[in-house]
Each structure stands twice: as structure tokens, then as C-alpha cells.
Write a protein that binds this ligand. Structure first.
Ligand SMILES: Nc1nc2c(ncn2[C@@H]2O[C@H](COP(=O)(O)OP(=O)(O)OP(=O)(O)O)[C@@H](O)[C@H]2O)c(=O)[nH]1
Length: 386
């Protein structure tokens, strides 16, 4: 499938950058990647080509992010949504099967513009508009939060913007809740990545963010690059999943989505360099292919998810197993799908994604419509402060 990615605000721009960097050379799936911010320096730090960066809001006094008032940013989003749609015309938005807006919830810039932008995109295009949203780590907004080292977080532990003596983003939870509330009913689905879960003990967000963004990008690529043959060449999946399958799983009702992922490096060639021979494709034993698929599926279902949740609460699910074609054992993949069905119930789709020229077998698991205590907590804080 073809995906258009739009990053808004600091986190959104960095995540869009990471997705662009993760796009497989032999399996392009991105129509365009755009980044939007009020702050020029944030845009300049991305590697997105200049034609696809757009600064908005000049002359409003909100350019630098120093005035982090979310309500004013919601208004700014409303007044600039059409301008942002126009900027997208520099690419080929009509070619996209879906749009993904990436944003860090808890900030004012990205969280302020995302709802108006998503609404405008839904009006302008037929394609579904998904949101990929990070949730703020507790140590960013709660001075008493344990940052995993057994102590309360330091004033600077969020590493984003340290106000002397307090947490760096005291309003992050309330802002995240307010933006989530506005996105409800606008976004086709909300894919969540919980920074709290992914920060290591004592780590600051600034330290962790590149690792988190790579992790996110890997999951997004595994899900959205799909099973088809990409550029129309190369092996075709046994069970091809296309944009409409993904649409069926993600839905159109702002379902909360968690992404699971697992991978394993495999040997794809016989290493006979020592004998002066060219490497040849290695024969793969059925048992080792089955074992690799089982391992990655297990990690995908039971390993660390982008959002901690009970998989049994999901309304729908999807399993994609990818990698070098002769490692994709059909029976093991079908077994994996049944394993996912045993927790999610009916409504699980499965497919494969052949990726010649790679040495990684992977499983991506999509759980749509999950219940999440973290999100409820943020929504409650948002509602109380409104
Ligand atoms: N995973 C991840 N999360 C990030 C990153 N940068 C920031 N965040 C999270 O996103 C939230 C919002 O940060 P930004 O995106 O920098 O904020 P902004 O939207 O630019 O808004 P302001 O800085 O308030 O003007 C933070 O509270 C963090 O939780 C990043 O690169 N990766």
C-alpha cells in the first residue's frame, strides 16, 4: 500500500524522519513525508527535503514554542489547516491509500494542530487518516514520579524543556488528554506508543527518543509496507494484505491501536567466501523455518507492545509475517494467526510479506480497539482540567 506521512510538532517531525529512514530500499511504500511546525529550527533538524517542510504561524507569537498554551494552539490549527492542506499539494496526496499523522501528545504545537489537520484531511481525501501518537512519560509531568531508579525524577529528567524546580512539561498529561478527546471521532484510528513503557530506568526522553523512534518506525514499516510486491517486482505474498484489509482491521471509529513486533536474524546464504566461491542461497530446513516463524510470532504477540494492554480486549487483530521468501513457512504462519485468534477472537486477518535481500524474519501484530488504563488516565486528567 502507499502511505503519506505527516509529522507535526517536535516529536511528530522526528518520528516522520525515522519512518522515512526505515523505508526499505527495495520495498517503497511512502508517497510523501511532510513535516509541519511553527518552529523553523525544528524543521531544519529533519532530513526531510526542504520542499516537504512547512512552517506555519509566523507573526502569531507562537513560533518558538515558548508559549505552550494548548487552547491557543488549537485555534492556530483551525486557522492554518487549509494552508497545511495546500502545502501537501507539493507532493502527490491523491496517490496515498492512507495518511498517517505523527504527533507527540503532551506538547502544544503538535497536539494543538493535529485535530484540525486530521479533520481537514478527512474532508479533503477519501483515504483513511490514522494518527500515530506518543503518550508522555510520567516523569515528564509528575515531580513525584519514580523514574525507574527508585527515586523521584529529577527536574530535568524529561530532557525536553526543564523549568527550574519542576517537571519539564507539567501540563503534558492534561494536554495529552485534551488532544485525545479532540481526536476522538476525527481520526480513523489512533496508534499509541507509550513513552513511559519504553524509557529505561533513569533515562531521559532526550536520551531515549532516537531509540524509541527507530522502534516505532520499524513497527510502522512492518505493518504499512504490507505484503504486496511493493514496486510490482519480486515475489508476491501468498496471502496478500492490501490497504482495504488494513482499513478493515484499524476501522474508522478512532479505535485505539497497539503494535506488537518480533524479529530474528537468519542466515540466508552459504558462507563459502573462504573457498573463493560466490555466496549461494542457502537451503532452509522446514524445521528451522517453522522455528523462526514461531519465535517471531511469539515475540509479536507476547513481547513488548507499543502500548501495554490486554490483547483479549482487542476488537480486531492482524498478523503479518515477513522475511526472506523461503523462510516464510505457510503452516507456521497459519498457526500464528490461530494463536492470535485464540486471544482476540474472531476478526483476525493474517498475511505474509516476502522480503528478498533481507536477513530478518519478522512478525508484526496489530491489535485494534484495545482498552488501555494509561489512555483512560490521561483522558481523565484532560477532562478534569478542561
Ligand atoms: N517517542 C518520542 N516522543 C517524543 C519525542 N520528542 C518528544 N516526545 C514526546 O512528545 C511530547 C511532545 O513533545 P514535542 O513534540 O517536542 O512538543 P511540540 O508538539 O513540539 O510542542 P511544544 O514543544 O509544547 O511547542 C513530549 O512530552 C514527549 O512525551 C521523540 O522524538 N520521540
Amino acid at each position: 500500500m502507499q502511505l503519506e506521512v505527516i509529522g507535526v510538532g517536535g516529536a511528530g517531525c522526528r518520528i516522520a524522519d525515522a519512518i522515512r529512514a526505515a523505508e526499505p530500499a527495495t520495498h517503497g511504500f511512502l508517497t510523501d513525508v511532510f513535516v509541519f511546525d511553527t518552529d523553523d529550527s525544528a524543521l531544519e533538524r529533519t532530513v526531510v527535503p526542504e520542499s516537504h517542510r512547512h512552517r506555519y504561524g509566523q507573526g502569531t507569537g507562537l513560533e518558538t514554542g515558548d508559549d505552550a498554551d494548548l487552547e491557543r494552539r488549537f485555534d492556530l490549527g483551525e486557522t492554518h489547516a487549509d494552508e497545511l492542506l495546500e502545502a501537501l499539494e507539493r507532493g502527490s496526496p491523491a496517490a496515498a491509500d492512507a495518511v498517517l499523522v505523527t504527533v507527540g501528545l503532551g506538547g502544544a504545537t503538535g497536539g494543538g494542530v493535529a485535530p484540525a489537520l486530521v479533520a481537514a484531511l478527512q474532508r479533503a481525501y477519501d483515504a483513511p487518516v490514522y494518527v500515530l501518537a506518543t503518550l508522555p512519560a510520567t516523569r515528564e509531568f509528575d515531580p513525584d514520579a519514580d523514574d525507574g531508579t527508585g527515586t523521584a525524577s529529577s527536574p530535568h529528567s524529561g530532557g525536553v524543556r526543564a523549568d527550574a524546580g519542576g517537571p519539564p512539561r507539567p501540563d503534558a498529561a492534561a494536554y495529552a488528554g485534551s488532544t485525545l478527546e479532540r481526536l476522538d471521532g476525527l481520526a480513523s484510528a489512533i496508534i499509541a506508543f507509550d513513552n513511559e513503557e519504553w524509557l529505561r530506568p533513569g533515562e531521559t526522553l532526550a536520551d531515549a527518543r532516537d531509540r524509541c523512534n527507530r522502534e516505532l518506525a520499524r513497527r510502522v514499516t512492518a505493518v504499512f509496507a504490507g505484503g504486496g510486491a511493493g514496486d510490482g517486482e519480486g515475489p508476491v505474498a501468498q496471502t496478500v494484505l492490501d490497504a482495504s484489509d488494513l482499513e478493515r482491521v484499524l476501522g474508522n471509529g478512532s479505535a485505539v491501536v497497539a503494535l506488537g513486533y518480533g524479529d530474528q536474524t537468519v542466515e540466508t546464504t552459504d558462507s563459502r567466501f573462504g573457498l573463493g566461491l560466490l555466496p549461494t542461497e542457502r537451503e532452509v530446513e522446514t524445521a528451522e523455518a517453522v522455528s523462526a516463524v514461531e519465535t517471531v510470532v511469539r515475540k509479536g504477540i507476547h513481547g513488548k507492545s507499543s502500548l501495554e494492554c490486554e490483547s483479549a480486549t482487542a476488537d480486531r487483530g492482524l498478523l503479518i509475517v515477513g522475511g526472506p521468501p523461503n523462510w516464510l513457512n505457510r503452516q507456521a504462519i497459519a498457526e500464528g494467526r490461530r494463536a492470535l485468534e485464540s486471544t482476540v477472537g474472531e476478526g483476525v486477518l493474517g498475511g505474509d510479506a516476502p522480503r528478498p535481500d533481507t536477513e530478518t524474519v519478522f512478525a508484526a501484530v496489530v491489535l485494534a480497539g484495545v482498552e488501555s488504563d494509561r489512555l483512560e488516565e490521561l483522558r481523565d486528567i484532560g477532562a478534569r482540567t478542561n
